[in-house]
Design a protein around this ligand. Structure first.
Ligand SMILES: Cc1cc2nc3c(=O)[nH]c(=O)nc-3n(C[C@H](O)[C@H](O)[C@H](O)COP(=O)(O)OP(=O)(O)OC[C@H]3O[C@@H](n4cnc5c(N)ncnc54)[C@H](O)[C@@H]3O)c2cc1C
Ligand code: FES
Ligand code: FES
Length: 507
């Protein structure tokens, strides 16, 4: 058992003990290592100023370059401890001596930097893309998509996109190749095999390497929070330090159990045509990649989930266990009849259908000491129609007002034999709508009568007004999302159209 965290930063090994292990990576880089190129603006994962690249053998290799895979993450909401064993590349690693990297050269030449505060994050985010496309002609649209997690207040983005469009393929060399040394990778692998327990006063951070170890740690530290990607927890941690609007700061978290080194919780297993088994440590980026081939409708939804930085570290299990009624994945998982395999003190896992997991606002069927081990997502039957959609104020990196997902199984007569209708943002939990489901059975998917179910949906949802929208607006949006789904089916002659989240559906 180690009493410290090990981090590799720009090729150098660091052993981190005590309070520093609990700090956010951005603060550690800036205040402990004096690597001040990494900026902090929002401290909640929204602006991308803190973007760094993270590489870890557990995340695999870049199929193009053969080097370790390095992907952008937000350093402001990731703790040093949760990154134990990772290799972090910061903006200071990018130029080769005095020679700017091609991405930096293009940003300078096209005036993509004005005040410069966002610039290191933008360069790191762009590198996250170019490292996987070395020598390719620049794809302005792909690079633009890769920047959805980066905000710039000065440039209006055009100069940055011009820089993207003018990257010279022959000059776009790998930064990672300079740092991906076999001895570092071997050291990273060795670190990941040894659990750690870091203590700082009454604070504990544990990282077991097996599920059994996690269960033991949970028994010994019953108040500890499980940590997967920390994208929800990290924002809460940062907020808890603030005393806003005259209120006292919230009670800070003091005990954590990280799942990062539990190899058996990693990855997505595909049972072709049957189901996806998503491990609790699998990130949204991993899930999206698998869904591209096996569940493209879900992949379409994940295109507009958060940002690349968030998807590279956030997990599906965390999205479920966070229990937000507007968690993007939840209506889709409900519509697909997903279930959870839950590990606990008992000998065998409990299997809980997701529809039975949510008991109320942030209340779950998760007993003390338990954790989600696997999410089982049955794949739609051949011919079934499935779609998931969300409505938000802007296309990327936004919390939805309302989200919905629908699955229609068809009988031999072409009529709907079974239906799932699930919504988020319209009640204390994401929910299925049994009355609407029952009304769909027996209809033909192209039948104009299908649209009449929208009125049932509007009556069955139970939204409330809040800062994001009114109760009436959410009801109307719920119905309109279904109308869009139904009219898409009619227009496409039975093929579920690709999801296109955005603000086009108006109340
Ligand atoms: C900038 C930003 C953008 C975002 N955009 C979106 C978005 O578009 N859509 C959306 O739905 N969400 C979004 N989120 C929210 C968040 O990213 C997701 O909810 C994410 O899936 C959380 O996963 P995580 O691994 O980071 O969870 P963590 O923060 O590590 O954990 C979340 C909760 O789950 C618990 N937990 C984690 N793993 C397990 C387990 N195996 N068993 C039991 N409990 C567990 C933790 O204890 C904690 O209570 C966004 C967040 C940020 C900061
Ligand atoms: S500081 Fe804004 S995303 Fe990290
Ligand atoms: S150059 Fe000022 S924020 Fe982007």
């Amino acid at each position: 058992m180690r009493d410290h965290v090990v981090l590799f930063i720009n090729g150098e090994k660091h052993e981190v003990r005590g309070a520093a292990a609990f700090s956010m990576l951005a603060d550690f880089l800036r205040y402990e290592r004096r690597l001040t190129g990494t900026k902090v603006v929002c401290a909640e994962g929204d602006c991308g100023a803190c973007t760094v690249l993270r590489g870890h053998p557990m995340l695999g290799r870049n199929p193009e370059s053969g080097t370790l895979r390095f992907d952008p993450i937000n350093a402001c909401i990731a703790t040093v401890a949760q990154l134990d064993g990772a290799h972090i590349l910061t903006i200071e690693a990018v130029s080769d001596g005095d020679t700017l990297h091609e991405v930096q050269r293009a940003v300078v030449d096209h005036h993509g930097s004005q005040c410069g505060f966002c610039t290191p994050g933008i360069v790191m985010a762009l590198l996250g893309h170019t490292e996987h496309h070395l020598g390719d002609a620049p794809d302005r649209k792909a690079l633009q998509n890769h920047l959805t997690g980066n905000l710039c207040r000065c440039t209006g983005y055009d100069p940055i996109l011009d820089a993207c469009a003018n990257l010279r393929p022959s000059e776009t060399t790998s930064v990672v190749a300079r740092y991906d040394r076999p001895e570092v990778v071997a050291a990273q692998q060795a670190v990941a095999r040894v659990p750690f327990h870091v203590i700082d006063g009454d604070r504990h951070y544990l990282a077991p390497t097996t599920v059994a170890g996690v269960l033991d740690a949970r028994a010994a530290h019953p108040r500890a929070r499980l940590v997967a990607g920390n994208t929800d927890l990290g924002v809460l941690m940062n907020k808890a330090l603030l005393s806003t609007f005259g209120h006292a700061p919230a009670q800070p978290f003091t005990e954590f159990i990280s799942l990062q080194h539990v190899a058996e919780l990693g990855g997505v297993t595909v049972l072709p045509g049957v189901a996806l088994h998503v491990g609790a440590r699998a990130t949204f980026a991993e899930v999206e990649l698998v869904c591209d081939t096996h569940l493209p409708e879900l992949a379409s939804l994940l295109r507009v989930f958060a940002s690349p930085q968030i998807k590279n570290i956030a997990t599906l299990a965390g999205n479920i266990a966070n229990g937000s009624p507007i968690g993007d994945s939840l209506p889709a998982l409900l519509a697909l009849d997903a279930s959870l395999h839950i590990a606990g003190p008992g000998a065998a896992d409990r299997v809980v259908p997701l529809a039975a997991f949510f008991k109320g606002y942030k209340q779950f069927d998760l007993r003390p000491g338990e954790l989600i081990r696997t999410i089982v997502i049955p794949l739609p039957r051949p011919g079934a129609l499935f779609r998931a959609d969300k409505v938000c104020q802007r296309k990327d990196l936004d919390i939805a007002f309302v989200s919905g997902a629908w699955r229609l199984d068809l009988g031999a007569d072409g009529r709907i034999s079974d239906a799932r209708v699930a919504y988020g943002g319209v009640g204390p939990t994401a929910m299925r709508l049994p009355k609407a489901e029952a009304a769909l059975v027996g209809l033909k998917p192209t039948d104009p009568a299908l649209a009449s179910v929208a009125a049932l949906i509007e009556a069955e949802v139970t939204p409330r007004s809040d800062v994001r929208g009114t109760e009436a607006g959410r009801r109307k949006l719920s119905g309109n999302l279904f109308r869009r789904f139904a009219s898409g089916l009619r227009a496409s002659g039975l093929k579920a159209p690709a999801a296109s989240a955005g603000a086009e559906v108006t109340p």
